[in-house]
Design a protein around this ligand. Structure first.
Ligand SMILES: *[C@@H]1O[C@H](CO)[C@@H](O)[C@H](O)[C@H]1NC(C)=O
Ligand SMILES: *[C@@H]1O[C@H](CO)[C@@H](O)[C@H](O)[C@H]1NC(C)=O
Ligand SMILES: *[C@@H]1O[C@H](CO)[C@@H](O)[C@H](O)[C@H]1NC(C)=O
Ligand SMILES: *[C@@H]1O[C@H](CO)[C@@H](O)[C@H](O)[C@H]1NC(C)=O
Length: 434
């Protein structure tokens, strides 16, 4: 019993002596204060770990505004989004909930020694991009050759970068001081489209990004209006009696046109056992129109008109359907006809090139890209007889490439069963191409 008391006394004396011998241990930080990049609206906290605090106090200070936020766990700032927690040992946390833009800045964890000890951490508040409403996003319409201005103003922190591209992946065309630029993407809040052509119709995307997720985008529709253009795939189609034949037209129009087939006498053709019409869209402003005429009779030969009408105008294309005589006896007749056609075609084609023609039809008024409109010239005056197979290749290529149609003279042999016909055609080909 006495020994235990003695040991306790000895321990107390030893402790006292140690205190007197060792110098005062000052508070020290165990880890630096963190830096935070926080998305606005989230919660965040700074952690301050102090050893040997003794009777000193930990305070939190917003050092750029020199505002004392808290001392120990007592809140000084009148801001209910701030709070301090202490784990009862050496760790203090400053919590900031629903972080706002003005919470950005430098935060200090300070201990009131003399001189005071402190450490600092930085908080950056970022805001994901947002695109402000703009009336140009509701869709812009212009007549071909006009101008369109699309605006995409984006907010966010840091300031977002605005990039434009076309939804279908085609290039954006810019015309600045007469210089044409074709760009995959364009950077800037305002996209100025000038001298807009039909190919530039479609959906444009504005994408705003500042590396704070999520990136946002907005769709802008650009609508280009122009009067219809009709191109006849084959101006002359020759087929034998009793066969079925397909007459084709390629139509460009915006807004959407009413497309109709007529006989040249003016009779409107309606779907029946005789006639089947199809209209196949190729893109937002062009269509492939097919007219199938079943089991040809004498009265079916002659002119056919594919007519396209919209609010801006009207355009007619004419296809001639001629009888192909299968007997060898008629070969010279067919040949003469072809030569005739070729001579007649020339002036017709020239008429077509003017912006007006005598029929009061609207002509081709330009509007394609440079280089396209000139192509037709080289083809004028050449007459070609094409067999079914090469004609097929021509068909698939033609509607997609916008250029003036050459006056192809096509002998349609799709429905012939006579093997001798191709031989006759080859004979026809020789004199005409010489
Ligand atoms: C916080 O950022 C400052 C300045 O950029 C830097 O000096 C410091 O080391 C950073 N602190 C941490 C814990 O990374
Ligand atoms: C910070 O912004 C919030 C709203 O965004 C506001 O309520 C608060 O008063 C602002 N605080 C300071 C110190 O400006
Ligand atoms: C139009 O006719 C061509 C040739 O016969 C054919 O290849 C094409 O598929 C037809 N298109 C439609 C929509 O019927
Ligand atoms: C086309 O017709 C308009 C009036 O209808 C006329 O003013 C213009 O000169 C004509 N252009 C050509 C190339 O004939």
């Amino acid at each position: 019993m006495a020994a235990r008391k003695l040991a306790a006394l000895f321990a107390a004396v030893l402790q006292l002596c140690l205190c007197q011998i060792t110098p005062e241990v000052l508070p020290e930080f165990l880890a630096p204060l963190e830096n935070h990049t926080v998305i606005q609206g989230r919660d965040v906290f700074f952690t301050c770990v102090v050893n040997h605090l003794q009777s000193y106090k930990v305070a939190w200070i917003k050092s750029d505004s020199r505002a004392i936020l808290a001392i120990h766990t007592h809140m000084v700032a009148h801001n209910n989004r701030l709070s301090v927690t202490h784990n009862g040992h050496n760790t203090w946390k400053l919590h900031v909930s629903n972080v706002q833009k003005n919470d950005s800045g430098t935060y200090m964890c300070q201990v009131n020694t003399d001189p005071m000890r402190s450490q600092m951490g930085y908080m950056e508040v970022v805001i994901p991009p947002d695109i402000m409403d703009d009336e140009s996003a509701d869709g812009m319409v212009t007549n071909e050759g006009g101008n369109i201005r699309l605006r995409c103003v984006a907010t966010g922190s840091p300031k977002p970068i605005v990039t434009w591209k076309r939804e279908d992946g085609r290039n954006i065309i810019l015309r600045v001081d007469g210089q044409k630029q074709s760009l995959k993407t364009f950077v800037g809040e305002t996209l100025e489209l000038t001298g807009v052509l039909r190919q530039e119709m479609g959906t444009y995307l504005c994408i705003a990004s500042n590396n704070v997720p999520p990136t946002v985008s907005k769709r802008y529709s650009v609508d280009v209006h122009f009067s219809p253009l009709v191109k006849v795939t084959n101006q002359l189609v020759v087929a034998p009696i009793n066969s079925d034949v397909v007459l084709q037209c390629y139509v460009e129009a915006s807004p959407h046109a009413m497309n109709t087939w007529y006989r040249d006498a003016g009779e409107k053709l309606l779907p029946s056992d005789k006639y089947v019409m199809t209209e196949h869209p190729l893109n937002e402003y062009s269509w492939q129109m097919n007219l199938t005429v079943h089991s040809l009779e004498k009265r079916d030969f002659g002119g056919y008109v594919c007519s396209s009408v919209n609010a801006l105008g009207k355009f007619d294309g004419v296809v001639r359907l001629q009888e192909l005589h299968l007997s060898a006896k008629t070969t010279p007749t067919t040949l003469t006809k072809n030569t005739d056609i070729r001579q007649r075609k020339k002036p017709i084609s020239k008429n077509k090139k003017k912006s007006n023609n005598s029929n009061g039809r609207r002509g081709y008024a330009g509007g394609f890209e440079e280089g396209d409109s000139g192509n037709g010239d080289d083809d004028f005056g050449t007459t070609q007889i094409m067999t079914g197979s090469t004609q097929e290749g021509q068909r698939t290529d033609r509607p997609i490439v916008p250029s003036l149609p050459p006056p192809w003279v096509v002998v349609n042999v799709a429905n012939l069963r006579h093997p001798s016909v191709s031989a006759i055609l080859l004979l026809l080909l020789l004199p005409t191409t010489l």
